[in-house]
Design a protein around this ligand. Sequence first.
Ligand SMILES: [Zn+2]
Length: 64
Amino acid sequence: MCWCGARAAHNARTLGGEMVVEGEQVVVGDVNRPAAEVGYEVLCRRHHRRRMTSASVSIAGQLP
Ligand SMILES: [Zn+2]
């Protein structure tokens, strides 16, 4: 299940909670940050397309 409750359709690779796309040139400014851990997260089709991981949503939700 995706974090939104929809059926998960994709398995996304994450780096520090942010989705990373295989084969895509990714610029990571905090490569030396110890908290930038590699992980996996399942996402529905829509949120995979928008690269919205549960971590990115929770971070956005903390904005004023
Ligand atoms: Zn979703």
